[in-house]
Design a protein. Structure first.
Length: 484
């Protein structure tokens, strides 16, 4: 019905010559607007049976709509079943009650009662109607009538999308237990409600509890295929990663930078805890927590990627210079604080899988992170750029260490990344200046060379990557801060 030219029959009462003229003027206007309009004043000739004509018009399958112009006379005659309108209304009411397609019948109110209620027959009182009771309402609602006839409403239901990845996985896992808490937090943040701190704590607590529940607490039974368990756990954690990224993107878009600094540090410390043993274990193997170690590494990359996307260089500097408190379970290592390089991880499990299956991959972790980079708002290139920023901070530091796995995909000679390309301009170099606390491109180039020598970057690049990857080119070092 909505894809063909509308054909409408007009049902009305001969209340007065003036009303008949008015209805005919509406019919003429409809014809001018492309609606094939059937009206007794020009379609019913002398000698024809008017009751047969009415019944045919109402029941004719080629008639897409019946427009009922209802005034006081029409409503009264219809309710009393008087001849003419009464007969016609009986035919219409039968169709209204029995037919599935209720959109065929469109009540148009031409007159209202003293209390403002419309004059409508009883069988139409519960239906949505169009107001034509005044000349002003006709002009206001004419488009509404045409849209109803053409099946083109102002507000159309959008096409059904896909369920968010965190609701149901490919295997039909149940929804994340954090969904309701995240939605409450999102609503509170968007509306600046005073409940934000409580909602945030509830959400993050639930997220950590969910991730912690996947940590292995008993010796795995199938050690020969333990890599499959690691990959499965990471697959289970992927929806949580995306939900946490959604949260970070939302928080980073808000103006309270000081609060976000504290939030990020506390969040990262809680995430970092997951890569170590649960505190209640007295006997364990560090390999049990490989999945969570990779998850922590990946989350750190996404934190930096979010902050780059949100243009928050001060927060990136904070994240890369903060000393993070280790959990109590790590007290035996005789250290209380660690730097950002603690978020890095190496997986012997994936390396052994690489050998066992003869995959011959340079970096199984890089392959995994690339495969999991399914977000359109933070594509894999943004993740690589985030790791390049972290690498720059590590090289400039005295004792930091960071092997940038994902940059094996940067290609021969290095890939161009927007943050570093823009930093060729002095005004955009300001971002790198804030992140690194280095005042100029010349100074950064010198410190970078010294850092590469200090950390033996050329040596470990050859050992780890076995490829011609130029961090210097990827960071656009030659051009940094050269355009005023």
């Amino acid at each position: 019905m909505t894809e063909r030219q509308p054909k409408a029959f007009i049902s009305y009462s001969w209340s007065s010559p003036g009303h008949c003229d008015l209805v005919r003027s509406y019919a003429e206007r409809l014809v001018n607007d492309g609606v094939d309009t059937l009206l007794d004043q020009w379609d019913l000739s002398e000698g024809q049976d008017k009751h047969a004509f009415m019944e045919k018009m109402v029941t004719d399958p080629t008639v897409s709509h019946v427009i009922i112009f209802s005034d006081q006379t029409y409503a009264q005659k219809a309710d009393k079943r008087e001849a003419g309108v009464g007969t016609e209304s009986q035919i219409i009411s039968k169709e209204v009650y029995e037919k599935v397609d209720q959109k065929k019948f469109i009540p148009v109110v031409c007159q209202r009662r003293e209390n403002g209620d419309p004059y409508l027959p009883v069988f139409l009182e519960s239906r949505i109607w169009i107001d034509f009771s005044t000349p002003e309402s006709v002009n206001e609602n004419w488009e509404k009538l045409l849209r109803a006839l053409y099946g083109k409403p102002i507000h159309e239901k959008p096409s059904l999308g896909k369920p968010p990845s965190y609701l149901v996985s490919e295997e039909g896992r149940p929804a994340l237990p954090t969904i309701g808490k995240y939605n409450s937090l999102r609503s509170a943040l968007m509306e600046s409600k005073p409940t934000v701190p409580f909602c945030r704590n509830d959400f993050l607590d639930a997220a950590i509890v969910y991730a912690d529940a996947l940590r292995i607490r008993e010796p795995p039974k199938d050690l020969d295929n333990f890599d499959e368990r690691v990959l499965q756990d990471l697959h289970t954690l992927l929806p949580l990663r995306d939900q946490l990224v959604d949260w970070l993107l939302l928080e980073a878009a808000l103006p309270d930078t000081q609060q976000l600094e504290t939030l990020l540090v506390e969040f990262l410390e809680r995430i970092l805890d997951l890569k170590y043993k649960p505190p209640e274990l007295n006997s364990w193997n560090d390999a049990w927590f490989d999945a969570h170690g990779i998850f922590v590494y990946e989350m750190f990359l996404y934190v930096i990627a979010v902050l780059v996307k949100a243009d928050r260089p001060h927060l990136i500097h904070e994240v890369l210079t903060t000393h993070y408190i280790l959990p109590d379970s790590e007290a035996h290592r005789n250290r209380d604080f660690v730097t950002f390089d603690e978020f890095y991880t190496h997986s012997n499990i994936l390396e052994n899988r690489n050998k066992r299956l003869n995959l011959r991959r340079i970096s199984p972790i890089a392959d995994l992170i690339k495969e999991r980079a399914t977000r359109s708002d933070i594509p894999f290139r943004d993740v690589m750029q985030a790791e390049l920023v972290i690498l720059l901070a590590a090289i400039l530091s005295d004792d930091g260490g960071w092997y940038p796995n994902t940059l094996v995909y940067s290609g021969r000679g290095g890939t161009r990344f927007p943050l570093f390309v823009r930093a060729a301009q002095h005004k955009n170099f300001e971002r790198l200046k804030i992140i690194t606390e280095v005042d100029s491109g010349d100074e950064l180039r010198q410190k970078f060379k010294e850092g590469c020598e200090r950390h033996g970057v050329n040596r470990w690049t050859d050992l780890v990557f076995h490829a011609d990857v130029s961090f210097w080119n990827s960071m656009n070092m030659d051009a940094l801060d050269t355009i005023k």
